[in-house]
Design a protein around this ligand. Structure first.
Ligand code: NAD
Length: 402
């Protein structure tokens, strides 16, 4: 991931005429924190926080609790955060953190101890104007609330602006839960507008019906009756119905802990989870995991548009192949930026002591997503570039000249 990100930054940097010194600075992180967390029972876990670039504002990026976390992964994700915040015009930089731990192997008490130790070790390097972490894979609002409490205890700062992704009671923002899915709907709508396809009937398939995928489908069905969800998958099955699936029923089924295997009906047929990739639909929304389209299955894709709501769901060789076939890929750094945009809005509310209604949060989300899609599409058209290259180019321009 790190090699791929560096290769694209270098390629786009050269296109922009950046000097080797400028490129070197963009590729290196400003600071890397490596430490060990030792729980009272003696278990130890490697922990990291990489602060990549703060030229546009405080470092921003999640904290991941996962057994595969490594310094290289955290470096890559921190670098991509600097590009994502710049690509969507936020006054923030990029950072990322992680602990190599399986959070499911810990008791709630151990998880709290781990979270508090993480915040305690780093408290001098974090802060509303310095570095503002958020949840990521394996962490959630509860983990962040523990970290905020530890940070407050050690620093006396009670603004809550030191972390985002907090619970609503702990200073979180309305609209955060739906933000990435909603941002994906806006990205697709705005991109289609640039191609003159506004208002036309579109069939849509969604891979992954968790937080992001189900909000994407629910908001799309409410705001775009002309988009028809013909397939949706989770890790158990793909459900297909050419006449259109009942989005509300599927979302409620998942919310109640059900899987798509049991949700099949005589007119909504179930197939393997992988079958969603080969759906005969105009749009394929990828909202499950990284690398779900690779050289192994790229030839199965029938969609004309792919929306990357997961991080890196299309491998680089697969993306090259699909683009050569005329398929458009709306890249993750813009398409799934709704989450970090609403994180920024949460930070802004905390800093000013305000609590916005959800309608205002959604309005502000639009105000960042719409120009971000336009800047990327314009750069792609003018420079004859795929959208991902164009988004990187816009981001690098902002990181070096604004
Ligand atoms: P989630 O855990 O709520 O949902 C993931 C869904 O994917 C689940 O329904 C799961 O059953 C499904 N899934 C897993 N393996 C699958 C497979 N092989 N085929 C089909 N479905 C499969 O996670 P989420 O918060 O919705 O995040 C989804 C992706 O988006 C992740 O890659 C995440 O890193 C990325 N992302 C999330 C956010 C956010 O705000 N939550 C922001 C940016 C990126």
């Amino acid at each position: 991931m790190l090699t791929t990100a560096h290769a694209l930054i270098t390629r786009m940097g050269h296109k922009l005429g950046l000097t080797d010194a400028e490129l070197k600075q963009l590729l290196a992180a400003n600071a890397e924190h490596r430490f060990e967390i030792k729980l009272q029972d003696g278990q130890t876990f490697p922990a990291y926080r990489v602060q990549h670039n703060n030229r546009r504002g405080p470092y921003k990026g999640g904290i991941r609790f996962h057994p595969d976390v490594s310094l290289d992964e955290v470096r890559a994700l921190a670098t991509l955060m600097s590009l994502k915040t710049a690509a969507v015009g936020l006054p923030l930089g990029g950072g990322k953190g992680g602990v190599a731990v399986n959070p499911r192997s810990l008791t709630p008490e151990q998880l709290e101890e781990l979270s508090r130790q993480y915040a305690s070790h780093l408290h001098g390097a974090l802060g509303p104007d310095q570095d503002v972490p958020a949840p990521d894979v394996g962490t959630n609002a509860t983990v962040i609330d523990w970290m905020v409490s530890e940070y407050e205890r050690l620093t006396g700062d009670t603004t809550k602006a030191s972390f985002t992704g907090k619970s609503l009671e702990g200073g979180g923002s309305l609209g955060r839960e739906a933000a990435t899915g909603r941002g994906g709907v806006i990205a697709l709508r705005e991109y289609l507008a640039t191609t003159g396809r506004t208002g036309q009937l579109l069939t849509v398939a969604v891979q992954g019906f968790g937080n992001v995928g189900s909000f994407f489908a629910t908001i799309a069905s409410a705001e775009h009756p002309e988009w028809r969800l013909v397939a949706a998958s989770d890790s158990a099955a793909t459900l297909t119905k050419p006449g259109g699936l009942n989005v509300g029923r599927l979302a409620a089924h998942k919310q109640s802990g059900g899987s798509f295997k049991e949700a099949a009906t005589p007119d909504a047929t179930a197939a393997s989870p992988e079958a969603v990739i080969a759906t005969d639909a105009d749009v394929l929304v990828l909202a499950a995991l990284g690398d779900t389209i690779t050289e192994d299955n790229m030839r199965d894709v029938k969609a004309k548009y792919i929306v990357e709501l997961a991080n890196g769901p299309v491998s680089d060789p697969a993306a090259e192949f699909l683009i050569s076939r005329g398929i458009t890929i709306l890249p993750d750094i813009v398409a799934n930026a709704g989450g970090v945009i609403v994180s920024y809005l949460e930070w802004k509310q905390n800093k000013s002591g305000e609590h916005w209604p959800e309608s205002k949060v959604n309005h502000e989300l639009e105000a960042y997503m719409v120009p971000a899609v336009k800047a990327m599409s314009d750069a792609a058209r003018v420079e004859h570039l795929p959208l991902k290259d164009a988004a990187f180019m816009v981001a690098l321009q902002r990181l070096t000249s604004e």
